[in-house]
Design a protein around this ligand. Structure first.
Ligand SMILES: Nc1ncnc2c1ncn2[C@@H]1O[C@H](COP(=O)(O)OP(=O)(O)OP(=O)(O)O)[C@@H](O)[C@H]1O
Ligand SMILES: [Mg+2]
Length: 263
């Protein structure tokens, strides 16, 4: 059973991102069976679901890294499934992704890692790159580490640099694939606060894939639960937590229990 889509406070008429009847199989494994999901401008949707339900591949479709077998992917109403590689370039400037596996270049300094997307896409002057690098590092609470190499950083710091790199292009939309996985509670709080700040202050639209239900509740205007190849339920956090559907209940049970225990 699929719960009806509930209006978000940020809703505008045209969704910024839209999945229409998306299907995807790998060999005999039908991962996505019919995905329908809209994300409105300025909205943050937390995407949750058990491991292997297709969260990462779904989001990768938005930047052309995975192609659906069937269905349409729309960005601001424009169908993007069949774009050629060169046509993806301008779109990837507007839609930035924080990958699940940390994707920093080990042979480059933090500064060169941050400069990379700016040099790749635009001819941003060096002075501007320096300013922006300093700003995004301050944003992730790692000021002044430009000269270090990724190998000199802890896992949590590397994750935050990856995050800084995703926002240095000032994208309109950020897709986060488990931005807080494996992070200590302080780094998690820093990242969660940043996601909210981007949304509130800069109107950035986002999808946040997370296994951390506390994060999902804290950053999401709505939570979408992926189950059995479909968006099983999608609703604001306070509503999805009380959805009587057994699948939804089972999924959020652990979270509810830990909230009772920990307050
Ligand atoms: N390139 C690929 N070739 C074959 N199978 C793939 C490929 N990419 C993903 N899959 C399979 O598709 C399913 C969904 O993968 P996906 O990475 O989207 O899951 P996920 O929901 O992000 O899981 P997790 O929470 O563990 O990150 C998995 O069973 C995975 O093995
Ligand atoms: Mg994943």
């Amino acid at each position: 059973m699929q719960t009806g889509q509930i209006t978000s406070p940020h809703r505008s008429d045209t969704p910024f991102l839209e999945f229409r009847d998306i299907h995807k199989a790998f060999g005999k494994l039908q991962v996505l069976k019919s995905i329908h999901l809209s994300v409105y401008r300025g909205e943050t949707v937390s995407l949750v679901g058990n491991s292997g339900t297709g969260k990462s591949i779904l989001v990768k479709m938005l930047i052309g890294l995975v192609k659906p077998d069937q269905g349409d992917i729309l960005v601001e109403g424009q169908r993007v499934n069949d774009l050629r590689e060169t046509e993806w370039m301008p779109l990837r400037k507007r839609l930035s992704m924080v990958f699940q596996a940390n994707a920093l270049f080990d042979s480059l300094t933090v500064y060169e890692n941050l400069a990379y997307p700016l040099r790749e896409n635009d001819s941003v002057p060096e002075e501007e790159i320096r300013k922006r690098a300093a700003r995004v590092l301050a944003d992730v609470k790692l000021p002044g580490i430009e000269a270090l190499y990724p190998s000199e950083l802890s896992g949590g710091m590397r994750k935050r640099v990856g995050f800084a790199r995703a926002i240095i292009t000032q994208p309109e939309c950020v897709l986060y694939d488990e931005p807080t996985a494996g992070l200590d509670p302080i780094s998690t709080t820093v990242i969660d606060r940043m996601i909210r700040r981007f949304q509130r202050d800069l109107g950035v639209t986002s999808i946040v894939i997370t296994h951390d239900l506390k994060s999902a509740v804290s950053v999401g205007d709505r939570i979408a639960l992926l189950h059995d190849g479909v968006v099983w339920a999608v609703a604001p956090p306070d509503q999805i937590l009380i959805d009587p559907d057994p699948v939804v209940q089972r999924f959020f049970e652990g979270y509810q229990m830990s909230k009772k225990i920990l307050g």
